[in-house]
Ligand binder design. Structure first.
Ligand SMILES: Nc1ncnc2c1ncn2[C@@H]1O[C@H](COP(=O)(O)OS(=O)(=O)O)[C@@H](OP(=O)(O)O)[C@H]1O
Length: 370
């Protein structure tokens, strides 16, 4: 049928064309956005953490789809295909710039609402081991979301219940891992049983550091907040003798084997990853790679995220969840330590030696503390 020419047909044709172009732009835009959200990231199988050797094939491993037995699982599987999206919002609520709000709009249209979940991985310690550095580095991964501050649920707030705990967590998608770090968990006797009761499959990450330097670091922290702090040597040995005061908490924490033995009554070794606090400083990527593998995540965090700050003497981040510019951890991380009598240090090394050896035996890793 021939379309009649004239001013009337122009009046219809122009808005119709305009409308078609608008719809077309909208569809293209959304499909691009959804492609981005659908994530090219592939989850990996967790692997045996004991080995330091890297397996290049791991990059291509994918988690097998579980057998789908009912509608709910089928729905979940569909959802899991829309993989990782960064939920970097800087706080616990789903706020953000126009771009991220738009992402959430699209996610909602897909029936994907981020929600707060209980953690499935914990950094349990040790205090002054480098736990903050590890957590901040891990937060660079779009599939990891972590509570910003120490939650202390399993030691201080257990009575408040799982609802309280879950509420402290950031919102996540089903494909993201929720985590938190509270270094006192490792040394608090009730914690392993409580964690096991909540989730027997919990992944447990322990950052360890030479127990002598750890104790000095612990002491330095307390000293920075207190005036008239006795000397380290006076606290570490009983009444000016050569006998180590094993009741002094900064020294007790360093008997890692004892604490680990307690945890091993509740969790198999395969659920632990032991991170070297020393290596986290000299080669952060090596340690972060092990953690990503342990968590079954794609190796996203790499050399390009770090730079070495010579003034601070530590690796720092080029950008992070909170800040788009290069920055280091706070002033209270990487403090200089006071002078300690080398004789006292040697005595402490002798004290820790058998416990360290036992720890190496238990973990299957030699951390090289002399
Ligand atoms: N990248 C980077 N920047 C700064 N500091 C770093 C880093 N990596 C590891 N560390 C070491 O982390 C030590 C503090 O450990 P934690 O974060 O576990 O301390 S705390 O338990 O949370 O208080 C801290 O101990 P001190 O050196 O005694 O301050 C550092 O040695």
């Amino acid at each position: 049928m021939e379309l009649r020419k004239g001013p009337w047909s122009k009046k219809i044709l122009v808005p119709v064309c305009f409308l078609i172009i608008l719809i077309w732009i909208f569809l293209i835009d959304n499909s691009l956005l959804l492609n981005n959200l659908s994530g090219k990231s592939t989850l990996q199988k967790p692997r045996n953490f004991v080995s330091f050797a890297r397996n290049p094939n791991l990059d291509r491993l994918t988690i097998k789809e579980p057998s789908l037995t009912n509608d709910a699982e089928l729905k979940r599987a569909k959802v899991s295909r829309l993989q990782v999206v960064s939920l970097w919002t800087g706080n616990n609520s789903v706020k953000g710039n126009a771009g991220s709000l738009r992402k959430y709009q699209i996610l909602r249209q897909q029936g994907l609402m981020p929600s707060k979940q209980l953690p499935t991985a914990l950094i349990i310690g040790v205090k002054k081991g480098g736990t903050r550095a590890l957590l901040e580095f891990l937060r660079l991964h779009p599939a990891i979301r972590a509570a910003g501050s120490e939650v202390h649920f399993f030691d201080h707030h257990y009575i408040k219940g799982f609802h309280w705990y879950r509420h402290r967590m950031p919102p996540t998608l089903s494909t993201q891992i929720t985590m938190e770090k509270t270094p006192s968990y490792f040394v608090t006797s009730e914690v392993p049983r409580r964690v096991q009761r909540m989730n027997p499959a919990m992944k447990l990450i322990l950052v360890v550091r030479d127990p002598v330097t750890r104790a000095i670091s612990d002491y330095t922290q307390v000293k920075s907040k207190r005036t008239n702090m006795p000397k380290f040597e006076d606290l570490a040995f009983l009444n000016g003798s050569k006998i180590v005061d094993t009741t002094w908490v900064p020294l007790k924490i360093g008997v890692y084997a004892r604490h680990l033995e307690r945890w091993l009554q509740y969790f198999p070794l395969s659920q632990f990853l032991f991170v070297s606090g020393e290596r986290l400083i000299v080669d952060p990527v090596a340690e972060i790679t092990r953690v990503q593998d342990f968590l079954g995540l794609k190796r996203v965090i790499c050399e390009k995220h770090f730079y070495f700050n010579a003034t601070k003497g530590f690796p720092c981040l080029l950008k992070s969840e909170e800040r788009p510019t290069p920055h280091c951890l706070g002033k209270n991380k990487g403090r200089s330590h006071p002078y300690i009598d080398p004789v006292a240090i040697q005595r402490l090394r002798d004290f820790y030696r058998p416990f360290n050896q036992r720890f190496y035996q238990l973990t299957g890793m030699d951390f090289g503390w002399s």
